[in-house]
Design a protein around this ligand. Structure first.
Ligand code: HEC
Ligand code: HEC
Length: 272
């Protein structure tokens, strides 16, 4: 910064500062929008498992998702359930194992509730949907298992969590409300596999974080951080969402970025 300030009258410095400010804003936007879809992969499952999944689907899911899982409408023309062609085994596993599906009744947001299908049934449902079209696969334990994770990786996970997740899920992973009666749930009880899948898929109003945005090892670091949060007892006193060291981060971030933009504008004005 001092280097840039010292040379502030050069038109190059003006351009460079504006450029840096744009990159900073652009980076924030990219984090907020995370729009790319995860890579598709080919499913592998036995024919009997797929057949079993299809039967479970016809009984428990087809009223809303259609007999061929390609979506269905309600009598009034609104969507009863979206198409599941191409959503992949991961989306079925996430939505069924967190109890979000089957949806009990149409509402603002499909909520987490105790699952009603066993692990085998959930796997069969996932195999059936994956047999219709390729889509994101269920992550394997080496991708989310955090045994042997180092303190450095957990620290990195904390940084990534504050940058990518805390705006909606709160700094302590306790969740928070969004607009229109929607909310980001607490992460304190979510299984590591489902934390991974949520990042991969971006369910409902959550953006997704494909490997191009958060690499596989970054996702594992974030999971390690969330687990460390769970294990850290609250030290008593007022529970302000464990804001402590994070507030400093926000101040540095906001003041730093604000200053950068202010300087850029000031130089722009001076240059004229
Ligand atoms: C009462 C209607 C209803 C029933 C029953 C139901 N669903 Fe859904 N499902 C929905 C709706 C509505 C959504 C969209 C939720 C949203 O995104 O807001 C959805 C979303 C999903 C998704 C996420 C799709 C995506 O884009 O990734 C999956 C997977 C899914 N359902 C699977 C199932 C399975 C499997 C069953 C049966 C065990 C089931 N659903 C039963 C209504 C239903
Ligand atoms: C723009 C706000 C937003 C951001 C940013 C965000 N999430 Fe979410 N997250 C949500 C919403 C909304 C849901 C609920 C979706 C649903 O119910 O299907 C959710 C659901 C989840 C769930 C499912 C929890 C459960 O057990 O039901 C997990 C895990 C999760 N998010 C983790 C993350 C992680 C990790 C990050 C950062 C890499 C992140 N989220 C970033 C809004 C957000």
């Amino acid at each position: 910064m001092t280097f840039l300030l010292a040379r502030r009258r050069s038109p190059w410095a003006t351009a460079l500062l504006l450029f840096l400010a744009l990159i900073a804003v652009g980076g924030m936007y990219a984090v907020a929008s995370g729009s790319m879809r995860a890579e598709a992969t080919t499913p592998t499952a036995s024919t009997t498992q797929i057949e079993e999944g299809r039967e479970l689907f016809l009984v428990g899911c087809s009223t809303c998702h259609g007999l061929n899982a390609d979506g269905a409408f309600q009598p009034d023309g609104t969507i009863a359930g979206p198409t599941l062609i191409g959503v992949g085994a991961a989306s079925v596993n996430f939505n069924v194992s967190t109890g979000r599906m089957p949806l009990a009744a149409p509402g603002a947001q499909a909520k987490r509730k105790p699952p009603i299908y066993s692990d085998e049934e959930t796997a069969a449902l996932a195999a059936y949907i994956a047999s219709l079209a390729p889509g994101p696969e269920i992550p394997t334990p080496d991708m989310y298992d955090t045994t042997g994770i180092t303190p450095e990786e957990i620290a990195l996970g904390g940084q990534l969590f504050r940058a990518n997740c805390a705006s909606c899920h709160n700094f302590a992973g306790e969740g928070g409300t969004l607009t229109d009666g929607k909310y980001a749930p607490s992460l304190t009880e979510t299984e590591p596999r489902n934390v991974y899948q949520a990042m991969l898929l971006g369910p409902q109003n959550m953006p997704n974080f494909p490997d191009t945005t958060l690499r596989q090892e970054d996702k594992r670091a974030i999971i390690g951080y969330i687990e460390a949060l769970r294990e850290t007892p609250n030290s008593g006193g007022i529970d302000a969402g464990r804001l402590g060291p994070v507030t400093e981060g926000i101040v540095v971030w906001t003041v730093g970025l604000g200053a950068l933009i202010a300087v850029a504008i000031w130089i722009g004005v001076k240059a004229k």
